[in-house]
Design a binder for this molecule. Structure first.
Ligand SMILES: Nc1ncnc2c1ncn2[C@@H]1O[C@H](COP(=O)(O)OP(=O)(O)OP(=O)(O)O)[C@@H](O)[C@H]1O
Length: 258
């Protein structure tokens, strides 16, 4: 479903990524781990169109999406959640999610000057149903009408995921979904990720420092260190790999929890 082929990224003289390859099959949950500064977020930014690679390409369902704008990548079925949930702070949870659904419904400027068509209104009604459904799946009912900036941190993170789901993605990239959560909240998040994955038939890729969470939910783990993929495979093998252990213990800046 997703192929990152021979991707490199240089920032001036710094090689943030050097010839990395990542392959994600439909239905997989792939955990990307590695020490601070390894290049994980840079890889996410290239996949989602926020950054262009210096070399290499990204394919989604066989289509070359390298260099497409993030808004076009979303329309092709790839959504992303951010480490610091990016919500609309002044509106409630339901409206935050509703705004997420509009990514795929944008009308052009000329159409906006005309009254909405029946077809457009039907689509809006469908999107409102989707909002209800996402609220139920993510167990957010009691927060439905709460203004986003007043939400507890853990709930803001859930709403960030809800906005991603609102674009009806086939594949969801999650940047440190458990950052800032305690072990109990992190386990709870893991349960929810598994739940939405099943419910929506999603493929999931997550960058995460909570190793216990990654081990629990990933079918495959990819380890990036100093801009290169140093190990890849099923969790137990990868987490016991000598190079991986050394890169974490000796790599500096590793702050895994669990
Ligand atoms: N826009 C940028 N300009 C210059 N250097 C950058 C830029 N973005 C990232 N870097 C550098 O590229 C390297 C990889 O950074 P990146 O954020 O991808 O690492 P990471 O694995 O996501 O780290 P962390 O786990 O701390 O989030 C780092 O040395 C970082 O300082």
């Amino acid at each position: 479903m997703l192929e990152v082929e021979h991707v490199s990224k240089n920032f001036g003289g710094l090689a943030a990524l050097s010839d990395i390859n990542i392959s994600v099959a439909k239905g997989e949950t792939v955990g990307i781990i590695g020490p601070n500064g390894a290049g994980k977020t840079t890889a996410f930014n290239i996949i989602t169109g926020t950054l262009s690679p210096s070399k290499g390409r990204v394919l989604l369902n066989g289509r070359d999406i390298t260099g497409l704008r993030p808004s076009d990548v979303v329309k092709l079925g790839l959504a992303r959640t951010f480490q610091n949930a990016t919500l609309y702070p002044d509106v409630n949870v339901a409206e935050n999610i509703f705004r997420g659904t509009l990514w795929k419904l944008q009308r052009n400027t000329l159409l906006n000057m005309l009254p909405p068509t029946r077809q457009y209104l039907d689509k809006l009604a469908e999107k409102m149903q989707l909002v209800d459904e996402i609220i139920a799946t993510l167990e957010l009912e009691e927060y439905r009408n709460v203004i986003a900036r007043e939400l507890p941190y853990g709930i803001q993170k859930k709403v960030g995921v809800a906005i991603g789901l609102a674009t009806s993605p086939e594949i969801l990239l999650m940047d440190e979904p458990a950052a800032g959560l305690n072990s109990k909240e992190s386990r709870e998040f893991g349960r929810l990720i598994s739940k939405i994955k099943q419910h929506y038939g999603l493929t999931v890729v997550l960058v995460e420092h909570h190793i216990a969470l990654v081990r629990e939910i990933s079918s495959k783990i990819i380890v990036i260190s100093q801009g290169s993929v140093i190990a890849e495979g099923v969790p137990n093998e990868v987490l016991n790999d000598r190079r991986v252990v050394e890169s974490y213990l000796g790599g500096g800046g590793w702050h895994a929890e669990g």
